[in-house]
Design a protein around this ligand. Structure first.
Ligand code: MN
Length: 335
C-alpha cells in the first residue's frame, strides 16, 4: 500500500447565465488517488453526456489498473463512440484534466483542452497545463498579448478535445510534490471570471479548509459574472498512517459480506448522476452484488467437504466390519 494519499475537495456550479451544467468532476481521491475535471461541449444534452462519459470511462480504466495516458485515450474512444452512434450527440466533446497519485508519491497530470491544473507553492500560483485553445496557441507563439487574449472573441475555442477525433494527443507529465503544495484543477468558468491574484488571495485565506476554499472560488466566479459553468477541485498530497488498517487485516474476518461503501461520500456531485446512461452507482452496486454472490457460493464448500469425509469414513468402517465378519466365518468353517 502506498504511503501517500490525496486529500481533495471539489464542487461544480452552473454559474449565473447558463441553463445547464456541462462541467463535471470526479473525486476518487480515497479509492484511486484520482481527481479530474471535464468541461463538455456540444450544446443541449450533449455536453453533459460528453463530460460524464469521459469521466466514467477514466474512472473505470484507472480502477482496472491502466496508466493515465491509456485511460484518457480510452475516454476519448468512449465519447467518440457515443457521439457517432447517436444523432443527438453528434459532434460533442469534452476537455479533461486529471491528477493521479503514483505509488512513488509523484503526481501524474493528464490533460486535453482548456481546463487547467495549477500548483500553489511558496505563495505563487503556477499554471501546470498549457491551454489547448486558439488563444493559448496564439499567446505561446507571441501573436497575441495577454491583454488581447482576455477579450479575444474566440477565446473559448479549443484546439484539442476528447471525443471529436479517433486520435487524441494527451499531455502527460509528473510533478514531484513538496510539503505544503496545493493543487487546483478547474474549468475555464473559474479562470475567465477570477484573476490569479484573487485565486491566490483565497487560497491564502482558506488553505486549511479545502471545502471552504473551493466554495469561495465558486462564489468569486459567480461574483465576477458567472458566465460559464464553474468547477474546482483543490487537493494536496499527504502521508497515510495505515498501521491500523494493517492490524485489522490480520484479524480473521467473519463470513459476512462487507458493508457497501458509501458512494455519495466520494463521487460527490458528478454530473454523471443526472445522466441516465452513465450511472456510476449502478456499476458499483453490481460489483458488490457479484462479490457477495461469489462469497455465498464459496461459503458452504468446507461444510460440504466435511460431510463427504464423514460418509467416506463410515463407508470404510462398514467395509472393514464386513471383512471382519467374513474372516470370522471362514475361520470358523476352517476349524
Ligand atoms: Mn467552460
Amino acid at each position: 500500500m502506498s504511503p501517500y494519499k490525496l486529500v481533495a475537495a471539489g464542487v461544480t456550479d452552473v454559474g449565473r447565465v447558463r441553463d445547464g451544467n456541462e462541467d463535471a468532476f470526479i473525486d476518487q481521491s480515497n479509492r484511486l488517488g484520482l481527481v479530474a475535471v471535464a468541461d463538455g461541449m456540444g450544446g443541449h444534452r450533449a455536453g453533459e453526456v460528453a463530460s460524464a462519459t469521459a469521466l466514467e470511462s477514466l474512472r473505470a480504466a484507472v480502477a482496472s489498473g491502466q496508466p493515465l495516458r491509456d485511460a484518457i485515450e480510452g475516454a476519448n474512444d468512449a465519447v467518440l463512440e457515443k457521439s457517432v452512434s447517436d444523432q443527438e450527440l453528434h459532434g460533442m466533446g469534452t476537455t479533461l484534466t486529471a491528477g493521479m497519485l503514483g505509488s512513488d508519491g509523484y503526481l501524474v497530470v493528464g490533460h486535453v483542452g482548456d481546463s487547467r491544473a495549477y500548483l500553489v507553492r511558496d505563495g505563487k500560483l503556477e499554471q501546470l497545463t498549457e491551454d489547448h485553445s486558439l488563444v493559448g496557441e496564439l499567446l505561446r507563439t507571441g501573436k497575441l498579448s495577454a491583454e488581447e487574449a482576455e477579450t479575444h472573441p474566440q477565446r473559448s475555442m479549443i484546439t484539442r478535445a476528447l471525443g471529436t477525433d479517433p486520435n487524441v494527443d494527451v499531455d502527460i507529465f509528473s510533478v514531484d510534490p513538496r510539503d505544503g503544495d496545493l493543487f487546483l484543477l478547474c474549468s475555464d468558468g473559474l479562470t475567465s471570471m477570477v484573476d490569479d491574484r484573487e485565486i491566490l488571495r483565497l487560497v491564502g485565506e482558506k488553505r486549511a479548509d479545502l471545502d471552504g476554499l473551493v466554495k469561495a472560488l465558486i462564489k468569486a466566479a459567480n461574483k465576477g459574472g458567472g458566465e460559464d459553468n464553474i468547477t474546482v477541485i483543490a487537493f494536496e498530497i499527504g502521508e497515510t498512517n495505515d498501521s491500523t488498517l494493517e492490524d485489522t487485516a490480520v484479524v480473521p474476518v467473519p463470513n459476512e459480506p462487507e458493508p457497501e461503501p458509501d458512494d455519495d461520500d466520494e463521487d460527490t456531485l458528478t454530473e454523471a448522476d443526472r445522466v441516465p446512461t452513465v450511472d456510476t452507482a449502478v456499476v458499483s452496486v453490481d460489483e458488490i452484488a457479484a462479490a457477495y454472490e461469489r462469497e455465498q457460493a464459496q461459503a458452504p464448500a468446507p461444510r460440504r467437504r466435511r460431510r463427504f469425509l464423514t460418509r467416506l469414513l463410515s463407508f470404510v468402517i462398514v467395509i472393514a466390519l464386513l471383512f471382519g465378519v467374513a474372516y470370522l466365518i471362514l475361520w470358523g468353517l476352517a476349524s
